[in-house]
Design a protein around this ligand. Structure first.
Ligand code: C5P
Length: 218
């Protein structure tokens, strides 16, 4: 049979990344952080001084990305970049590059190659709609923007980075608007997605609710 996929799509800072990793490790499956591929492209664009508006050049960079994922680590051309790709300016550029259809096409095969036995948990914006439309279980993970901004502020402060809640809120609203309103692969729940609102749930509760949904398939 086909290799099962659980997709987790949702807005920035909805907790998708952590939740996807925890669901994957509970099941013993592979995880795909598709946002990291957009962030890695953004980092390579910055490092190589490419014009972000040059769609073909950006797509070409994405095709040639030399990336290695290991648990908790990401390497780009032999350089450890897990920290730097989480920075706000890299995330913002990723979200400005993301509407480029040539870039999205360039990353499609790379994302689908993560579908390996015994299963894959894929997180992003278009996992359930475009990359894995045949996924067995699709989750649309939401949380209100203030809850997400507060979580992001807490993460930054824990890392010793200063954070301003109002700035983060404004950034997050702008990124939500860009991700939702773009015409190419917009952030939208797949018709067959289960909406999970994590605003008032802990990570454990969110993970458990997804595992409960998955166990109904077995
Ligand atoms: O999820 P994360 O914040 O790491 O993603 C960074 C940016 O990459 C998002 O704002 C979004 O614009 C883009 N992205 C995307 N499609 C995905 C994953 C991320 O367009 N599947």
């Amino acid at each position: 049979g086909t290799i099962p996929v659980i997709t987790i799509d949702g807005p920035t800072a909805s907790g998708k990344g952590t939740v996807a990793q925890r669901v994957a490790s509970a099941l013993g499956w592979t995880v795909l952080d598709s946002g990291a591929l957009y962030r890695l492209t953004a980092l390579a664009v910055l490092q190589q001084g490419i014009d972000p508006a040059d769609e073909a050049a950006v797509a070409d960079i994405a095709t040639r990305l030399d990336v290695q994922f290991r648990p908790g680590e990401v390497w780009l051309s032999g350089e450890s970049v897990a920290e730097v790709i989480r920075q706000e300016h890299v995330g913002n550029l990723a979200s400005r590059l993301a509407p480029n259809p040539k870039l999205r096409a360039a990353l499609l095969g790379r994302q689908r190659a993560f579908r390996q036995a015994p299963g894959l948990v894929a997180d992003g914006r278009d996992m359930g709609t475009i990359v894995f439309p045949d996924a067995e279980l699709k989750i649309f993970l939401i949380a209100d923007v203030r809850a997400r901004a507060e979580r992001r502020a807490k993460q930054l402060i824990e890392k010793g980075i200063s954070a301003n809640l109002e700035d983060l809120l404004a950034d997050m609203r702008a990124r939500d608007a860009r991700d939702t309103e773009r015409s190419v692969a917009p952030l939208v729940a797949a018709k067959d997605a289960h909406v999970v609102d994590s605003s008032t749930l802990t990570i454990d509760q969110t993970v458990q609710s997804i595992l409960d949904l998955w166990s109904r398939f077995l």
